[in-house]
Design a protein around this ligand. Structure first.
Ligand SMILES: Nc1nc2c(ncn2[C@@H]2O[C@H](COP(=O)(O)OP(=O)(O)OP(=O)(O)O)[C@@H](O)[C@H]2O)c(=O)[nH]1
Length: 350
């Protein structure tokens, strides 16, 4: 049986960064990776420095409603390729979107008639952002579900947290999921990955079924009403989760090189003013005077230090920024960007 590790955590909490680090460990040399992102334009597979047949980008969307079938398809596909000897892997990591409820994916693994004989749950790892999580757990049910489903929580950005912030968060996390071990990104990889046994998996799964993933009596998760794993969620009349939550994603595609100072000031001001409603911004930029692309990340009010990527992904060398917003007009962001930078060749894609 091949273990499947589910890597989850709220938007921008450091899943891809942790995954990148985990993949450097020799024990992960044979891992296949499935990546799912919220938003039309997936960037994570570019940010992850490994592109081969065992890295699969799942279509964007709300993982609870639309991607569940895709996870099954992608795993089945990997299994067929392995059976034919075309690829080899000894474990799988699934990085979910930052808005995903991990429970339906766990359910797919255990209930799917074919997958259950090849794959087993290798544990749920949840990244929790030490700077932003307090706000997120108070306002976002998905953040609570991800924490509740965790076998192990990895606290990220403790280096950026205010004194006392980490201790207060640990206290809150212990209330939400007293059974999960809490580590930080400073812990060795063996501690983060080691010891995920079947017992831990079963506990996580049965807790998830018992409601520990945060659903109340008014929950409209289809799987609670239709436990049949083959039931097609798309045929439900209820609104898509993302619509219910009012969360939207859009991207800006920018032609021409960008001045970094100007861009950095714009992004800082934007997140300062609207950070509560901008869950996430990330992008790949073509900067003036730089051959290599630069990755930028913002999470609510926080702008992270930009990083140089090794090379441009295939395709045109355009800057691309992806935003995940709640209750904020994409047009406002596009207009503010063009007004601030003076760049006019800027396309917004829903
Ligand atoms: N200082 C610091 N920055 C971190 C840490 N972990 C992640 N980051 C930064 O946080 C930003 C977002 O990290 P990602 O790994 O892309 O987060 P993610 O959870 O994959 O994001 P989504 O896929 O969009 O939900 C990046 O700029 C990272 O460099 C950390 O422990 N400390």
């Amino acid at each position: 049986m091949t273990p499947v590790i589910l890597l989850t955590g709220f938007l921008g909490s450091g899943k891809t960064t942790l995954l990148q680090r985990l993949l450097t460990d020799p024990s992960m040399a044979g891992a296949a990776v499935l990546i799912n992102e919220f938003g039309e334009v997936g960037l994570d597979h570019h940010l992850l420095d490994r592109i081969d047949d065992t890295v699969v980008l799942l279509k964007s969307g709300c993982i609870c409603c639309t991607v569940r079938g895709e996870v099954a398809d992608a795993l089945s596909n990997l299994e067929s390729l392995r059976t034919r000897g075309e690829i080899g892997f000894d474990r799988v990591v699934i990085e979910t979107t930052g808005l995903a409820d991990p429970y339906p994916v766990l359910q797919t693994l255990t209930a799917h008639p074919v997958l259950r004989s090849h794959f087993t749950n290798g544990g749920v790892l949840t990244t929790v952002d030490a700077v932003n999580a307090r706000l997120q757990v108070e306002h976002r049910a998905e953040a609570v579900r991800q924490i509740a489903a965790a076998d192990r929580i990895v606290l990220t950005k403790t280096d950026l947290a205010e004194p006392g912030q980490e201790a207060a968060l640990r206290f809150r996390l212990a209330q939400l999921n007293p059974a999960a071990g809490i580590l930080t990104t400073a812990d060795p990889i063996e501690a983060i990955l080691g010891g995920f046994g079947p017992a831990e998996f079963l506990r996580a799964f049965s807790e998830g079924q018992g409601g520990a993933h945060g659903c109340g009596p008014s929950c409209d998760h289809p799987e609670h009403h239709h436990p049949d794993p083959h039931h097609d969620h798309h045929h439900h009349a209820q609104p898509h989760h993302d619509e219910t939550l009012g969360v939207t994603s859009f991207s800006l595609v920018i032609e021409g090189a960008i001045d970094w100072t100007m861009f950095g000031t714009w992004l800082t001001l934007l997140l300062h003013k609207h950070g509560e409603r901008i869950f996430r911004v990330k992008g790949i930029l073509a900067l003036e005077g730089e051959d290599r692309p630069v990755a930028v990340h913002g999470v609510q009010h926080l702008v992270h230090a930009p990083t140089h990527m090794d090379h441009w992904p295939e395709g045109p060398r355009q800057s691309r920024l992806v935003f995940i917003l709640e209750g904020l007009s994409p047009d406002l962001i596009r207009r503010s960007f063009t007004a601030f930078t003076g760049l006019s060749d800027v396309r917004a894609a829903a």
